[in-house]
Design a protein around this ligand. Structure first.
Ligand code: NAD
Ligand code: UFG
Length: 334
């Protein structure tokens, strides 16, 4: 299949590119390089032997996208491109709505014009909002209690895809709700590039290990969880990438929605301990106040993906830590 990955030089897109190329698919990448580097293409080539064709095009550049689609002849678009910093989205809501929602509308219009009927979209567990339950299933209500514009953009795009599918009977969309992606490619060549000031746990742990942040602040140790710290469903990025392959192989007209997670929740202190075991180093941390908007515990129920897509995770936190550390060693060498 000929597949366009928007945001394909990013963290999840690059790992998905590797899995698709390994299976013999013809992968092309479009990215504006706002949050990723062109050198990722060489890393993909080093792992797979194939350097994907690349377009430095922005979702907001309608002419650029039109040209790319005219050349492309794509069977499927996997739509990763988007801004994802929760805190920044609170400060710059218009930027997030314009880039994520506006950009997706441009993409969908372009797909329609060029007769591309299939899309897989990177959504997030954030669409579930706060429901007072810890295990999420796809049929639960979404869009209520979302605490930031980033999360709203994911919810809005899901609704847009549902409406397009109603209007166009041959449109095929898969919405993948990711839980917390962590880890890196086992080669140590691809990973989450800890360049900006991160908000998420794993990139912060990486920065602490690199000595760029003095210590990890653990946001709250008085939640009703195993050790009082927040619990999340951390999924290895390679398992996540393979979830896209599974989804791609089972597409149908209309919209299908799947959680991609492990079904297991891990606490912040358990993550710290796993990092220490894998690295053999002590990770300095302090207990800090709760972070506003955080939930105590959230976890995927991944049964639907297992039943319908035949996909489930194969890697665990120990694998994620081992691969992250391998990637960190390469970052340190730079
Ligand atoms: P990432 O930032 O590494 O990758 C996203 C890529 O999109 C970047 O390379 C960026 O340069 C590109 N991009 C952004 N706006 C663009 C635009 N207007 N035009 C062209 N390219 C643009 O992020 P990621 O972690 O790989 O996330 C991929 C997708 O998955 C995003 O949509 C994100 O919201 C979603 N998601 C991520 C997480 C997570 O924790 N990483 C969780 C849930 C959902
Ligand atoms: N945490 C800390 N210290 C930090 C960073 C995080 O203790 O410096 C804790 C959080 O309190 C939470 C856990 O680590 O308990 C995970 O936090 P992340 O920020 O890594 O992840 P979240 O689950 O809070 O958020 C993620 C994505 C969002 C998405 C959300 C819901 O970053 O984009 O999942 O799917 F909206």
């Amino acid at each position: 299949m000929k597949i366009l990955l928007t945001g394909g030089t990013g963290y999840i897109g690059s790992h998905t590119a590797v899995e698709l190329i390994k299976l013999g698919h013809d992968v092309e990448i479009m990215d504006n390089l706002f949050n990723s580097k062109i050198t990722v293409l060489d890393k993909i080539a080093e792992i797979t032997g194939v350097k994907p064709k690349f377009y430095q095009v922005d979702l907001l550049d309608v002419n650029g996208m039109d040209k790319m689609f005219a050349e492309g002849g794509y069977d499927l678009v996997i739509h990763f491109a988007g801004l994802k910093a929760v805190g920044e989205s609170v400060e710059k809501p218009l930027l997030y709505y314009k880039n994520n929602v506006g950009g997706t509308i441009n993409l969908l219009e372009c797909m329609k014009k060029h007769n591309v009927k299939k899309i897989i979209f990177s959504s997030s567990a954030t669409v579930y909002g706060e429901q007072g339950v810890t295990e999420m299933t796809e049929d639960m209500q979404t869009g209520v209690g979302i605490t930031n514009p980033y999360g709203e953009t994911k919810f809005m795009i899901e609704e847009i895809l549902k409406d397009v599918a109603k209007a166009e009977p041959d449109f095929e969309a898969v919405i993948l709700r990711y839980f917390n992606p962590v880890g890196a490619h086992e080669s140590g060549l691809l990973g989450e590039d800890p360049n900006d000031i991160p908000n998420n746990l794993m990139p912060i742990i990486m920065k602490v290990s690199l000595g760029e942040i003095p210590e990890l602040s653990v946001y709250g140790d008085d939640y009703d969880t195993v050790d009082g710290t927040g619990m999340r469903d951390y999924i290895h990025v390679v398992d996540l990438a393979r979830g896209h392959v599974a989804a791609m192989n089972k597409m149908n007209p209309g919209v299908s929605i799947y959680n991609l997670g492990t079904g297991r929740a891990t606490s912040v202190l358990e993550m710290v301990a796993a990092f220490e075991r894998a690295s053999g180093e002590k990770l300095p941390y302090k207990i800090a106040p709760r972070r506003p908007g955080d939930l105590a515990k959230i976890c995927a129920n991944p049964t639907k993906a297992e039943k319908e897509l035949g996909w489930k995770t194969e890697l665990d936190i120990e694998d994620a830590m081992r691969d992250t550390i391998r990637y960190l060693k390469n970052v340190k060498k730079k």
